[in-house]
Design a protein around this ligand. Structure first.
Ligand SMILES: Nc1nc2c(ncn2[C@@H]2O[C@H](COP(=O)(O)OP(=O)(O)OP(=O)(O)O)[C@@H](O)[C@H]2O)c(=O)[nH]1
Ligand SMILES: [Mg+2]
Length: 149
């Protein structure tokens, strides 16, 4: 099926939780263990041919030094992903802050909370819609099904 409509997706969460690896995994790349922090934003299109939707995924830097630019990247988003790392309680504690940031700037859009790094030990827990591992690939493909709804 060809592309019928486009949706803008923003992905946020603390630095190092695995946002960029997640987006790359969704586009079919292998896992990269080396951390290269995102500078500002990277936009990557992912086409779901089964339902004719092109998702333009805005992978937004989590580090505080990029805070002043972030809100501009949120404009006209249809969907938000808030990611945390299951092996780091500080990133889990930040989930509510990220949700509020999205709600304040994007209104009532759908927010998916995703816990990454389920392969790691010492798991922390917040209420999440989904748990994945970019390292092993666990549940990565299922995520596209989830956001189709
Ligand atoms: N063990 C494990 N490591 C992961 C997983 N996902 C990502 N990582 C590693 O975590 C580090 C950070 O990943 P990134 O995807 O760059 O993190 P980010 O959230 O984009 O970080 P910023 O761009 O700084 O906001 C990298 O070294 C990744 O290889 C995972 O599922 N398991
Ligand atoms: Mg990144």
């Amino acid at each position: 099926m060809s592309v019928i409509r486009e949706k803008k997706v923003v992905i946020v969460g603390d630095g190092g939780v695995g946002k960029s690896q997640f987006v790359k995994r969704l586009s079919g790349f292998d896992f990269d263990p080396i951390y290269k922090t995102t500078l500002g934003v990277e936009v990557r299109p992912i086409v779901d041919r089964d339902c004719g939707i092109k998702y333009n995924i805005w992978d937004i830097a989590g580090k505080e030094k990029f805070d002043d630019r972030r809100v501009g990247y949120y404009k006209n988003s249809d969907i938000a992903i808030v990611m945390y790392s299951l092996d780091n309680k500080w990133t889990a504690n930040s989930v509510s802050k990220w949700k509020q940031d999205i709600q304040k700037n994007c209104g009532n859009i759908k927010i998916y909370v995703v816990g990454n790094k389920i392969d790691c030990e010492n798991k922390v827990e917040v209420e999440s819609d989904f748990k994945v591992s970019c390292k092993t690939g666990f549940s990565i493909d299922d995520f596209m099904e989830l956001i189709r709804e």
